[in-house]
Structures are given as C-alpha cells and as structure tokens.
Design a protein. Sequence first.
Length: 358
Amino acid sequence: MTTPRAATVLAVATAVIGSLLLSAPTVHESGPPAATVAQPAPPPPPPPVVLTPEEVEARVIPAIVTLVADSGLVETAGTGIVLTPDGVVLTNHHVIDGALDISAVSLGNGAAYVADVLGYDSSRDIAVLRLQGAGDLSAATLAKNTAVGIGDPVTAVGNAEGGGVPVAARGFVTDLGQTITARSSTDGSRNRLNGLIQIDAAVRPGDSGGPLVDATAAVIGVNTAGNADSDPTKPAPAQPRSYAVPIDTAMTIVDQVRAGTASATVHIGDTPLLGISVTDDPRGAEVLWVSIGTPADDAGIEIGDVVTEFDGIPIRSSDDLSGLMIARHPGDAVEVRWLDEAGSARSTTIVLEKGPPR
C-alpha cells in the first residue's frame, strides 16, 4: 500500500504521461553535445592559528590539575590533563604508583578533588583518574593531526617541583620514536619506554603527566621524563632532553580503560594486593619481602619462599606473577602454590585485598 505522498506522486506522474499520449510528439532537432562544466574544488581548510607562547599557556593552564599522591611514607607531586568536563584525567602511572590517596587541584577553577584510579598501563606509564564530584571543568584540546615533526615548537606545562603553580617550559621537538629507561625519583624503580617524543625543554619533577602542546595549544603528548636536575645548586644541563608519550598512544589506553577492557598490560579498576615482592628464580618467583598483615602474610608465605603456581598457572618468573595480577581484582580468590625454604611444597587459597596501584 502506498503512502498518501507516494500516491500523489504517482497520480501526478500518470497525469503527465496521459497528456503526453494525447498530444502530438515533439520533434527535437539534433545539435552539438552539451558541455560538462566542472564544479570548483572546495576551498582548503584555513591553516591552524599559531599562538604566541603566552597565548598557548593561557589556553592550556585551565585544563590541567596538580596532583599529590600519598603513599603513607612519601608524597609524590605530578600533573594531570583534564579530558572531560566531569573530571576524567590523564596522567603518568609513576605519579600514582603506590598511592593510598590521590588529591587534585584544578588550575581552571581552583577547586580541590579526591581522585579515583579508573585504570592504568604501567608498561607505557599511563594512568586514568576520575575526580570525585567534578563538573564543568575546562577540558584540554587534543591534537587532531598527531603528526609531529622535528623542529616543531612545543611547550611543556606542569606542576614543576611540586609547587602547586603552573610552570611552562618552551622548546622544540628534537627527535621521535625514542626508547629510554626511566628511573622513578620516588623509589628508584626503572621502566623501559619506547616510541617517545624527545624535546629540548626542561621538564622537571612534578611536570610528569602534564601536557606537551604544539603552537596551537593542542596536546600532542604527555610529559613523562626529563634530565633537568631538581637540585638548584647544580648547573642545568647544557641542552635538556625530555620525553613525552605521544597523545595518540596515551588515548588508546584511555579509551581501553574507559571501555573496561583489560589486557596483558592494562589494569581496570582497583588494584589487587597479594602482599609480596618477588624476583626471578629458576623455580619460579622468589619472595624478597612480605608485607605484614597482607593476604600473603596471613597465608604463611615467607621471605625466601618460591611461588611456583598462581590460580592453576605455572610461574616461571617474577614477570609471570606480575602479569597474572594485572587481570585480578580485590576480592578474587586464587590458589597459590609455593616451595618453602626447606623445599617442601605448600598451597592455599588466598583472597586478594585492595591495594595501591602498582
């Protein structure tokens, strides 16, 4: 059945055809073929507006937060990039590593927030936070064209030295696709990172997790490491070398975390706690330390024991155990097998507790 509109169209068509049948056919004389006129190409998009350094900083600063991560023993200062008005924040994993509490202050509205960890990828030094009760925050502008060139002017903005005020470091891109081994200024741990943007701006402790922006104030990277010394009594490097995770790499992890999709390196939600630190052993993962009052301590695991199996999966190295913990969550019950110092095999079921991000 046709709709009224369709019926009307058909009726009009029929009327026209009928009139043609009743009329004498029209004779057309042949002529030259009609010329095809090419349509003009649409105008190219206007070039991006290049800002002065002062304009860049004025646009970037309202979209960052200063961070303080408290582990109970030490406080770590860092920076975060506001991604959404309701408080999703991008930062470095090493800023929040081991934190029991994380606080943030918006440089856009001056308000203080408690930050929750949504997820992280320690292998690429990226973490995603959400600020409790946040709304109407200024969000950063991310670069749509992430092609970065050597010699491009850039500005790194962050909470340098943990002073709680924004500090801008200007420079240029000096290399791309760099691989470094970064050492944490908090606990001395090391992490190998690759695919980084190298710049000659002096990124300092506290800048970690802050934005690296181009001349249009668009974020092209996440400030991650630098060789600028924080000791004012020491001379500054002749040419600073600092590094940033490209924003497209960081946003791949952000999207994965927000989608709740865990992987071999991406952990979602609260961090599970077993309560041991381990190292490689030919038989598995040797226990170097057991934290008092943790599930491992309650289970009777001691220093010198070797974990050989975790939830039915053989453990051949410390990385095996760390990788399996990434997919677990507080409240999970896992069967752990280990060898004690006498070589006797032991096993028990352990319920993981909530711990700091690792």
